[in-house]
Design a protein around this ligand. Structure first.
Ligand code: AGP
Length: 606
């Protein structure tokens, strides 16, 4: 991951670099640093931890220089401390890097033999010394071309030079990088989000390319150092959405926004007048698609798993799901008549992008379901279905999860109808039910005080389990992921029917277990599994939907009843209490909810 910013201007840049770094913290927050150029000097400042620390530790207002680079780090090589923080500099060259240099050990040995001194434990420092070395014998563009060819692995780079003080070099292989254009200044950034407050005119670098950014000119080069022309794109920008408003955390805001984001998603895709779904310009014919493969990571993978149940129910397509980091290295049998769907909030996740790239190279049909429509995954897919959630800032994905499963559900319904695999009456009934979903989410969000009270028990426990069957199983996985990433409490998501095959041994007196048992076709079976864990001492939080019938079971610790809707849509409602449980549990522990330890929002390393 890591975030990169570079500004070349006719005025001092440190304040704008700091502002951009704050926006980039979703990419990493282990350390932060800046290097500016002034009076023949590289002014380098860096600190462990957040950008706030950097501001507190240094007098940045007086950091001179009209040109500079900045970085927020998510540690890969070397512990997160100020020594390993970027930029890394020699007497002449200063570098910020996102990615991993896989041959750094060999390169380092070679450079040490040539007399270069290394200060950090990072892989990045080899880039600094390689460029310094190559500049001894070559002009700038040639030295950069030579250096990039010597590197194995992935990178986005920002580089400044003491002896060439009017430019920044940017380079990309594997990790995203964008150039932005402003009045009397130009920018380099990890992505358009970092640049949006300064410009809406952007050029994305493609793999292998590098650029030279001056305050009044930007030049682009291919991997052989040959000048190329690139298009300038205009972005839509809506800065106001990035504000926390009256909420304590972005996560709290994003949970509460879900009725609105779901309403927006429905508006984008559902034609309520004709009771139909609009997916315009879908590039493939029914007969071209016989199977579907859904790929993602983390929460996005859970969306894929959720969608598998819907696709199997609503279509006759063969459905496979895959974790991107597994898919990309397996021996895949690519099928011409398969549709490959890539699910990602950020659209920048390195593993998902690599899986997409692999499919593209094999000429497969690729479709992206993303939140960030300018992202690499969106740009490289044959077809894009945006989830229209607006920016999601909290590291824990909430509204994007509901947005992803909404679009996947809509796609399953549409394909089912186009292929005549779902009856028209059912199709229209299900579309009608969708209309009520935002209101039902709104009502379910009113469960608040009860969840706050329940969260204390989870905080006291050694571990917890989340159980569900059928449609509720992916939601159990998602609930467990939310609790572990925010509260650092061990949480396992399991299919309820699997407990007796091993995990039941974990249950002991007082262990909190969340059982998702809506009154769907799995209800009775799940209730039986619930009784098995209660009998072994578990403290069960049952999450079900409202019904006139009481739940037939004794000794349930707590029950939360979500609203009623058709079985397909219950997963949307079951998710809400689980998001809140994780939120309140972390809040009580005083943890950093929007930036949990060791994580980052956009995972751009593999
Ligand atoms: C979810 O709460 C996570 N922080 C994480 O699992 C995330 O969903 C995953 O990294 C994938 O991100 P993407 O959707 O941006 O590809």
């Amino acid at each position: 991951m890591c975030g990169i910013i570079g500004i070349s201007s006719n005025k001092p840049v440190s304040a704008n670099i700091i502002n951009s770094l704050k926006k980039l913290e979703y990419r990493g927050y282990d350390s932060a640093g800046i290097a500016t150029l002034s009076d023949g000097t590289i002014n380098e400042v860096k600190s462990k931890g957040r950008v706030d620390n950097l501001e507190n530790n240094f007098d940045l207002k007086n950091l001179r220089g009209n040109i500079g680079i900045g970085h927020v780090r998510w540690a890969t090589h070397g512990i997160p401390n100020s020594l390993n923080a970027h930029p890394h500099s020699s007497h002449n060259v200063s570098v910020v890097h996102n990615g991993i240099i896989e041959n750094s050990t060999i390169l380092k040995k070679h450079l040490i033999n040539k007399g270069h001194d290394f200060k950090s434990q990072t892989d990045t420092e080899v880039i600094v010394h390689l460029i310094t070395e190559n500049l001894k014998t070559s002009e700038l563009e040639e030295a950069i071309t030579k250096t990039l060819k010597q590197l194995d692995g992935s990178f986005a780079l920002g580089i400044v030079f003491r002896d060439i003080p009017d430019l920044i070099v940017g380079a990309r292989r594997g990790s995203p990088l964008a150039v932005g254009y402003g009045p009397n200044e130009n920018y380099l950034g990890s992505d358009s989000y970092a640049l949006k407050s300064m410009t809406n005119k952007i050029t994305y670098l493609d793999d292998g390319e590098f650029c030279v950014v001056k305050k009044d000119q930007v030049l682009f080069f291919n991997e052989n150092g040959k000048k190329i022309n690139k298009k300038i794109l205009k972005l839509s920008s809506n800065e106001s959405n990035y504000d926390k408003g009256d909420f304590k955390h972005f996560m709290a805001k994003e949970i509460e926004e879900q009725p609105t984001t779901i309403k927006t998603g429905i508006k984008e895709y559902v034609d309520n007048v004709n009771k139909d779904i609009n997916i315009f310009n879908f590039p493939w014919k029914n007969e071209d698609i016989k199977s579907i493969t859904l790929i993602g990571c983390g929460t996005a993978y859970h969306s894929c798993l959720m969608a598998k149940y819907w696709f199997e129910e609503l279509t006759n397509l063969d459905v496979s799901i895959d974790i991107a980091s597994e898919f990309r290295y397996r021996k895949n049998r690519f099928k011409k008549d398969s549709l490959y769907v890539f699910v990602s909030q950020s659209g920048e996740t390195a593993d998902t992008f690599a899986a997409l790239d692999l499919c593209n190279k094999n000429n497969m049909k690729t479709c992206a379901i993303v939140n960030v429509i300018e992202s690499s995954i969106a740009r490289d897919s044959n077809f894009v279905l945006p989830i229209h959630c607006g920016p999601e800032i909290g590291v824990a994905s909430t509204k994007a999860f509901l947005g992803q499963i909404l679009v996947l559900y809509i796609l399953a319904l549409k394909l089912g109808s186009l292929r005549n695999e779902i009856e028209i009456k059912d199709y229209q009934e299900k579309i009608k039910d969708l209309k009520d979903l935002p209101g039902l989410i709104e009502k379910t969000l009113q469960h608040d005080n009860d969840i706050q009270a329940i969260s204390s028990t989870f905080n006291e426990a050694k571990g917890s389990m989340f159980l569900g069957r059928g449609y509720s199983y992916p939601i159990a996985l998602e609930g467990a992921l939310k609790l572990k990433e925010l509260s650092y409490i061990h949480a396992e998501g399991y299919p309820a029917g699997e407990m007796k095959h091993g995990p039941l041994a974990l249950i002991e007196e007082g262990m909190p277990v969340v059982v998702l048992a809506p009154r769907d076709s799995y209800y009775k079976k799940t209730i039986s599994n619930m009784q098995e864990v209660i009998a072994r001492g578990a403290k069960v939080l049952l999450i079900t939907n409202k019904s006139k019938d009481n739940v037939v079971s004794e000794n349930i610790w707590e029950t939360i009843e979500v609203e009623n809707t058709n079985d397909d849509l219950l997963p949307f409602l079951l998710t809400i209490p689980l998001q809140k449980l994780a939120y309140y549990s972390a809040l009580k522990k005083g943890y950093d909810i929007d930036k949990p330890r060791n994580l980052a929002k956009s995972v751009t390393v593999e």
